[in-house]
Design a binder for this molecule. Structure first.
Ligand code: SAH
Ligand code: SF4
Ligand code: F3S
Length: 441
């Protein structure tokens, strides 16, 4: 067996679960570990990092089975180091070390700037665990992004992290901590660095991104970002209905770079359940809000999240959710069966029968899928723009995203990755659209 010479770069394999913020964090962690290059193959790695998600039980349990597999690699390669990052690390750090002794390192989301020191510690043969919520701002201490090579044209950019909303089902306020916004000047600098590396589209991330308050509001930040030369598209996610201000709604009308797409989870259509969820809005106030957003930007594509089988949910409550979905017409919607999370208020309550919840989930997903297909079908014949992101499977084909976030395949495409091109949509296939380039546009 060959061994890596000590001066050659070591190889880092990162596996990312959960939300877009984890995708962003994985990139930042990889960039912060000097002396490492990333690899797509766990077998080649000198260090494996699992960036984990705690949102539902299944997601959290997956980590332990994955660690079981990774442990076997250590048998052939005793120098291999295994680390766990993300929300399971935060919630169950010590338990991870106990349940899987092959783990060398556990790092919670607020301590990523300490990863390089932790890596040095495990290289020296120790273990390292850090799940603090430190005083200092991790982003101020994470390495900048200016010196890195060219990258994909669409990027995530975290602007806000943590949550103070405490929905009764949700672990995020515990795993990510209190709501904190990054200062706007740092966000703008990072966006400029990304654009210098070929980025044309940024998605601003936060658990409650529309509550952003880093010296300016999210609407102001979006307008500032729209001034950056070369930055063609801006998106943001995830928003809470209660923080959707008039000014942010106005930005959808007055800022062309802000894409007509909004992920605005509501979770349920029943006021009784919304109250029990501690959502502090009603189905009616949510629907009125969407009306106002659509007045500002009539073509906006709505997306949402739903939980079915929340404790005490009756058939009538569930019916109210179906009614709300039918009214909104979501371009995309994500629905989940309620999962009991230890330590959250809802975990103590009377649970809905599991088979009943499965059946409701299926009914909701049928409705959502039908809506999505109809909306995709309505795109056929429309003139849209696509940001080209990769080469397609067929010869001459390129793939990218429309303003509405649909995946679009462009046939006979002469455009390059990173180009923003005008197209006409020619067909709707199961999960994507087909298109041809519009010339002379
Ligand atoms: N900050 C975002 C995202 C939270 S997690 C927001 O406020 O919407 C993403 C989605 O996971 C949530 O919108 C919710 O629909 C779902 N989710 C969260 N906790 C859950 C649980 N215990 N069981 C099932 N789904 C859950
Ligand atoms: Fe979780 Fe609610 Fe906060 Fe979203 S707003 S992260 S669902 S507690
Ligand atoms: Fe999961 Fe943490 Fe994101 S629990 S959804 S990785 S904030």
């Amino acid at each position: 067996m060959s061994r890596t010479p000590t001066d050659a770069p070591k190889k880092l394999f990162i596996k990312t679960y959960g939300c877009q913020m984890n995708v962003y964090d994985s990139e930042r962690m990889a960039e912060s570990l000097e002396g490492y290059v990333t690899t797509e193959r766990a077998e080649d790695a000198d260090m494996i990092l699992l960036n984990t998600c705690h949102i539902r039980e299944k997601a959290a349990e997956k980590v332990y089975s994955e660690l079981g597999r990774m442990k076997k690699l250590k048998a052939d390669k005793p120098d291999l180091k295994i680390g766990v990052a993300g929300c399971v690390a935060q919630a169950e750090g010590e338990e991870i070390m106990r349940r899987q002794p092959a783990v060398d390192l556990v790092v919670g989301p607020q301590s990523y700037h300490r990863l390089p020191q932790m890596e040095a510690r495990v290289r020296a043969g120790h273990t390292a665990l850090d799940t603090d919520f430190p005083e200092e701002d991790k982003f101020a201490h994470l390495k900048g992004r200016g010196t890195q090579a060219k990258r994909a044209p669409a990027a995530f950019l975290t602007v806000q992290e943590g949550c103070d909303k405490f929905c009764a089902f949700c672990v995020v306020p515990y795993t990510r901590g209190a709501e904190v916004s990054r200062p706007a000047d740092r966000v703008l600098t990072e966006a400029q660095e990304l654009v210098a590396r070929g980025v044309r589209e940024v998605t601003l991330l936060g658990q409650n991104v529309n509550a952003y308050h880093g010296g300016m509001t999210l609407a102001q930040l979006i307008r500032e970002l729209a001034q950056i030369d070369g930055l063609a598209r801006i998106r943001y996610t995830t928003s809470h209905p209660n923080d959707m201000t008039d000014d942010l709604i106005a930005a959808h009308a007055d800022t062309p770079a802000l894409m007509p797409y909004l992920h605005l989870p509501v979770q349920s259509g029943s006021d009784r359940i919304l109250k029990r969820m501690n959502r502090s809005h009603t189905a009616e106030s949510y629907l009125r809000l969407i009306e106002r957003i659509r007045e500002a930007r009539p073509d906006i594509m709505m997306s949402g999240d739903f939980i079915v089988g929340f404790p005490e949910e009756t058939e009538a409550d569930f019916q109210a959710t179906l009614d709300l979905v039918a009214q909104v017409r979501y371009g995309y919607a994500y629905s989940f069966k309620y999962s009991t999370r230890p330590g959250t208020p809802a975990a103590e309550r009377a649970q809905v029968d599991s088979a009943e919840a499965d059946e409701r989930l299926q009914r909701l997903q049928t409705l959502i899928t039908r809506q999505q297909r109809e909306i995709q079908q309505e795109m056929v014949g429309r003139d849209l723009h696509v940001l080209v992101e990769k080469v397609g499977r067929e010869p001459g084909q390129m793939v990218g995203k429309s303003e509405y976030l649909h995946a679009v395949h462009i046939n006979d495409c002469t455009a390059q990755i990173g180009d923003l091109v005008p197209v006409t949509i020619t067909e709707a296939v199961t999960n994507s659209l087909g298109a041809r380039l519009r010339t002379g546009a």
